[in-house]
Structures are given as C-alpha cells and as structure tokens.
Design a protein around this ligand. Sequence first.
Ligand code: ZN
Length: 578
Amino acid sequence: MKWNLKEILEVKDFDKLSKEIEKELEKLKIWVKKLSPKMSREDFEKMLRLEEEMGVKMSRLAYLPHLMEAVNQKDQQAKVLSKKAEDLGLKISQTSTKIGLWIQGKTEPKLDDKNAKRLFGVIKDLEYSLLRSREGAKFSLNEREEEIIRHKDSNGVGVIGDLRRMIETEFEYKSGKKKIKSQAELLSLVHSPESKVREDAYRALLETQKKNIDKFFAMYQAIVRDWAYEAKLRGYQSPIRVRNWGNDVPDKAVESLLSVCTEEKEVFWDYFKWKAKRLGVKKLKRFDIYAPMAKKDKKISYEEAVGVVLESFKEFSSEFWQAAREIVEKKHIDVYPSPVKIGGAFCATVEPKINPYIMLNFTGKTRDISTLAHELGHGVHSILANKHLASVQQSGLPLAETASTLAELVVFEKMMAQEKDNELKKAWLSEKIADAYASICRQNYFVKFEIEAHEKMGRGLSPEDLSKIYLGNLKEQFGDSVAIDPLFAYEWSYISHLFESPFYCYAYNFGELLSYNLYRKYQQDKGFLKKIIKILATGGSEKPSKILATVGVDIEKKEFWRESFEVIKRWQKELEEL
Ligand SMILES: [Zn+2]
C-alpha cells in the first residue's frame, strides 16, 4: 500500500541525472547566444526540444524527493536531494528566463511579430503557450523595473504574508472549556454533531479575529493597495483582470459566472431551510450550516473503495476506467496515513511517460471514497493528455478540476443509485449540497466581497467599515434562510486566499459548475462523453475557452452557468422527497 517511486528515478541515479541536466544546460546557454529573429525554424525547434527534455528530467529530479518527503517528513535524504534539485532548478531558470524574455520580444536582437509567427508554429503543441507568453509582454515592464518589483515584493507584501501566518499560529483559542492550539483544529469543530461545540468554536475563532482586527486590516489594506498599484502600473483595467489574465479566462465569462451564482443562490436557501427543519429549529443559525446529518457512516476497506470507484468509472467511460486501473495496478498510490506523512491528498503528474502518483490518507470513511475518486480523476486527466509535451500536458486552472470533479460526481451518483438505506442517502445528499454551497456560493461571495473591498479601499475605509461591508455581503448571500450573528462580520479576516491570492476563489465555483454542466450534458446525451474526453485530452495545449468552444460550450453565456445549477436543484428535490 506504499507507492513505488522507482519509475521516476532510483535514489542512486540522482547525481547521474543531475549531471546530465548540467551538461544540457551548457548546451542551452549556447542556444541563448544564438537567439536571433532570423534563426531557422529547425534551430528554434532544436532549442525548444532541448528545453522540454531538460524540463522532463528536472521534473523527475524534483519529484523524487518531493514524494519521498510527502510520506516521510523526517526523511533526511529526501531533504538533501530536494535542496539539490531546487538549486539546479534555480540555475536553469536563469537561462530559461532569458529565452522567455527574448520570446516576448524584450531583449536584443528583438524578435518581431512576423518572425515570431514564423518560428512559433514549428511545434504545434507549443504554439499556444508561446503566443500567450508573447502576448503577456503587454503587461510586463522593462527588465530593471521587473527586478525592482521582485525585490520589493520579497521584502514587502511577501513579508506581510509571513507575518499574518505567524500571528495566526501564535493564537490560542478557548472553545468552551477546551484550550485549542491551532486554527485548523478549531475549524474541524464546526463540523461537530453537537451544536454547542460548533458555536463555541466559531465564537472562539471570531472573537480572536475581532480582537486583532486592526492588525488584519492593516495587512489587508497594504495587500489591496499594492495589488491596485501594480495592476495600474502594468496596464490592467481593473484589479480582478490581473487574475483573469493569469487564468486565461475572458472577463465576460467571469462576470457571467459571478452574476449567475448570485442569481441562483436561493437553491441553497432551500437547503438551509430543509436543514433547519431536520435539526428541529425554526431558523438555521450560521453556526450550524455544517452540522452533520449522518447518525452513522459506512466503514469501507480500501479494496472495496477501489472496487466502487473503478466500477463507476467503467460504467461511465472505458477511458476513465482504463487509466484509473493502470494507476492502481502500477502501485502508484500511497494509501494509509502514518505519523510522519503529510495530511490531505494529491495527485502528482511527473511527466507524460510516467503514470501519475496519488497520495491519500485513507481511513475508510465514505468521504475517503470521494477523495479517491477525485484524485484518480486528476490521474485520468493526466493520462488522457499524455500525448502532449511535458510543459503543456497539464491544464491551466480553469480546467484543472474538470476530471476530478466529474469523477466524484460519477461515483456519487452510482453510490446513491445502489444504496437502499434512505437515512444514509439523505446524509450523503445533504453533505453533497453543503459541499456544493461551500465551493460555489461561499466562494462566489468571497470574490464579490473582494471586488467591493478593492474598489473602496482606495477611498479610505476603517476596519469597521470593511467588516460592515462583509456583513452586508453575508446577508445578501443567506437572505432569510440563516440567522447571522454579528460576529461573522470579522470572518473575512481569516480567509487566507483573500490575503495570499486575491480573486483566486472563483476558480472553485468555475471548476465545480463547469463539471456539473458537462456531466448534465452527458446524462442527456451519452454521445457527449466523446467531447468530454476530447476536452481532457487537450491538456494545457490550447486556450481554455477555445477548447470548450470546440465542443459547443460558451462560458461567456449566462445560460451555460445557469444550466449547471439544475444538478444542485435535482439533488435538493431528491433530498426533500426522501
Ligand atoms: Zn483537485
């Protein structure tokens, strides 16, 4: 039940591979000297292929210690290798940055548009990423300015981020009579079956945030103002556009997504009202939205879980089934928790020729089946796109969660169809809708809050003003379905995404709703599966909106996002009928 990393690299061959890369780096440096707009297509191709080759080797070199350390945080050998790989990676990036700047047309001898067009098509697979990198030049500054920004960031906003984490880790909470040392532990209590425990945990968290709100506000204000300053300097028309450009998603698509999520919020109100009834209260309190509904859960072995997932995949698509089976059979999964292993779960794509690796912390809960399905979904995605070159095998953010979310849906629907126990089915559905709320509606309102905060911060706000804006945002989000304690006004101050990557959160509702929509299209017409596979097999070699357009999906249209909500509405209906 431990993964076998030999396929990536054997530890004894680490130095040998490292030397190989060093040699190739010398060759790459020679190419840098030969860069010229007049260079032949053949030469340009040779250089790109060398860079790809080095990327693959570097990835193997870095993933070996990374994965070793993931399952054994005390592995000293892994730490040494990891540092070596990191140093070599830095060395390479100095050279590849030079190539990157030249491709952007920013260094002499300048690459003009005509020659860029002539050269970029030489490897079809890389054309999109080369064009995009060149297009990005319009938002970049000159070399010296970029250098200054990098430097100022690492001693400025970068430090603010560290400071915030330090302040939070120093907090000690008192929840009821219990002393609690970490925020993560405290937050796990909001899922407790006891209402008093949930409320105490939230109060402990939010009282602490409130007491320190001036500090969080000062940090947030600096981050927001810095973001605005840089966005303006680079020529973005609004703060959120920085993120949209980074994701390569049209502004219009994001606007449609946000407005539909706002308009369709009431399906979650129905859910919260249902939940209030089930809990025997008149109105649900904000403290209780994650109250578990299950009185029992099924325990399941890993072998059984694999069986359920593979069987569901098989019914859905032979491609999914085949790819997932390969990962399982090749022993690329590290299954059980251990005291030295990191928490959570992930799927790692090393390079196209190696099947991806999956780390789990399987304990036999129903939720662990979903996690297995999710990570195997990522693995399937990676295998389906393995005909591409390494640098474009993986999808960008907007499509990165498509296969994983689909995989979860497929397994969930299958489990629901097979289960006879209505109490269990109710609990599963309830949990599914609560999850959908958290990844769709809640994230949507984070982004809406950010848009308002970024807009108003420049005009002068106090910590209380900002918290009032947040409370207003919550009231709109929950309507009359949930009673909100005024303490929740300070909730914004512990949401790390708002500080660490502004406007990131719409990636969650985007990914989730996109998958719902594709799944729904598949349910209506099984022939749509071919198109799903086509999207996944494109990997990151094409613009996300263009990939989707080729299968008839227009993410700029509100109707598209609205359709996705039909899936949640069906669940809610099923829940009420049960
Ligand atoms: Zn994922």
